[in-house]
Design a protein around this ligand. Structure first.
Ligand SMILES: C[S@@+](CC[C@H](N)C(=O)[O-])C[C@H]1O[C@@H](n2cnc3c(N)ncnc32)[C@H](O)[C@@H]1O
Length: 216
């Protein structure tokens, strides 16, 4: 993955990022979330790096109660407003955390980390291990990560992206505690900040915690 190239703290970078956004969010869920969460029993979900709330709203509309987490207050304010407009405010709550420093309480039937990438240094592996620990028995850990560089990306041109298997191996989870639903690349058409289109690759880790396992 690309090396972090912005110094300072995550909150400052991401607040500035969202302050520059003049257009409302597209309101569409991540294709990965729609593919892997659709049809699951709607219970409690945790969305790490929830941005302006599109995934959380999609889940809440399907009956989930959702905790969305982001480091940027600007994103969370927009997410709260969007949940209100969508009529799902009672099923979504948002918490501000710098996930490098703190993590929400509780366990969840679905924990998602969609493109939890940042040009500011943070220990992504430690955060994803903490995410795994927050998955309830029979719950799903769903990680979507860039597998190729979109033309508009802030990542360096020579970025080498870990495969889904690399990402899972890095987490050092107990193989007897988890079963893989899907591990690999998926292609999709992505839309850039100015409406430009490109085919990109996403790497997906979709693993379920075994019923009797409380271990990572
Ligand atoms: C690349 S965006 C992805 C947003 C969204 N999940 C999506 O799929 O479009 C990364 C998100 O993670 C948040 N983020 C980055 N670093 C973070 C950190 N250390 N703690 C919490 N959130 C963070 C950012 O504010 C941003 O909303």
């Amino acid at each position: 993955m690309s090396k972090p190239h912005v110094s300072g703290d995550a909150a400052t970078f991401w607040e500035q990022h969202y302050a520059k956004m003049t257009k409302p969010s597209g309101g569409r869920p991540s294709a990965i979330l729609a593919r892997f969460a659709d049809g699951r029993s709607a219970r409690h979900a945790l969305d790490l790096g929830c941005a302006r709330g599109d995934d959380a709203i999609w889940l809440a509309k399907r009956g989930w109660t959702v905790t969305g987490v982001d480091v940027a207050d600007a994103a969370l304010s927009a997410a709260r407003e969007a949940a209100g407009k969508a009529g799902v405010a009672s099923r979504v709550k948002y918490e501000r955390h710098d996930l490098g420093a703190s993590f929400p309480q509780g366990t969840f039937d679905l924990v998602t980390a969609m493109f939890l990438h940042s040009p500011v240094a943070f220990d992504r592996t430690a955060v994803l291990r903490r995410a795994a620990a927050a998955v309830a028995p029979n719950g799903l850990l769903l990680i979507g990560a860039h597998g190729s560089r979109a033309p508009w990306s802030w990542a360096a041109r020579d970025t080498v992206y870990p495969t889904a298997q690399d990402e899972l191996t890095e987490l050092k989870l107990d193989p007897s505690a988890w079963r893989a639903l899907f591990l690999g690349p998926i292609e999709r058409e992505a839309t850039g900040p100015n409406g430009q289109k490109a085919i990109v690759v996403d790497n997906v880790v979709a693993i379920e915690r075994n019923m009797l396992s409380g271990r990572n």
